[in-house]
Design a protein. Sequence first.
Length: 318
Amino acid sequence: MTPLLEVRDLRMYYTGRRGDVRAVDGVSFSVAGGGRALGIVGESGSGKSSLAAAIMRMLPGNVSHFEGEVLLEGQEVSRLPEHVFHREIRWRRIAWVPQGAMNAFNPVIRVGEQIIEPLLVDGHVDRGAARARAEALLEQVGLPPEIYQRYPHELSGGMKQRAMIASALIMSPSLVLMDEPTSALDVSVQAQIMNLLKRLKCELQIAIVFITHDIAVASDVCDDMAVMYAGEMVELGSAEQVLLTPAHPYTQMLLASIPRLRASEMPQFIPGAPPDLQEPPPGCRFHPRCPHAMARCRESPPPAFSPRPGQWARCWLR
Ligand SMILES: Nc1ncnc2c1ncn2[C@@H]1O[C@H](COP(=O)(O)OP(=O)(O)OP(=O)(O)O)[C@@H](O)[C@H]1O
Ligand code: SF4
Ligand SMILES: [Mg+2]
């Protein structure tokens, strides 16, 4: 069956002072369909937000290199003319809740007016109908419809994040990219947002790409899980496979770094720091930090192998 989203060998580099910053470097994955959530996890600077920006084609001015394919229900969309992509794809079929988005509301415009903006742009929906749709969506994300009339400063962080999610859903997209949707929230509000995402996934049958540095948070909502390291995707599988039988040493170390309530051993820390993406290490980019590194790891990039159906990892240890 054709996947809802398929990303093939996507690359996006920024111009850096010492050369290209290889933020997204040959990433491939797919999202099967509605009602599923794919978690994309990795340390800060691994290229998660750049990957989302590349899929949405919201490219900063200093992008030096952009190539690869993005297929939406089998249709290649990454090379569509910008006006066609904007009219037919962005927000309408793929929506995005960017990192830190809840602070991106314009402070002088009422929340509801900001939510309905994309509906009014093409003139097919009148303001009354747009407002009714926004109020219904506000209720669906657990907010009273009166929020429509409020200004952003009158909302708490959790309320703003819910309103942002309503805003992403206004055009009824089939896929929503959510970049660190809970990171700036305290733990109890974070749990409420996670429950909301689980509910929306089922009720609206939307697909979610959930981007986070926190593998424990991702495990709560995600059906599938991908792990990014230094601009590359190093492992992908069902959440169960990646969490219970991780095949890549980086995934294993990420999991070992999660504190456990009743375990006697202390959480393990990953030694060293992520590499400079202007001069990533040759061979396997994780080799300077990997306890299993061999000569081959320093020389050649590892190919992908599949430890079991539905799971793959890029590592010379197979
Ligand atoms: N506009 C830009 N210009 C140059 N370099 C950039 C730009 N945006 C991001 N980078 C660099 O690209 C790399 C990937 O950054 P990105 O923000 O995509 O990572 P991330 O995984 O989302 O990190 P975080 O968890 O901190 O949000 C980093 O090295 C970052 O410094
Ligand atoms: S390829 Fe080598 S360095 Fe890279 S993760 Fe596997 S064992 Fe470690
Ligand atoms: Mg980010």
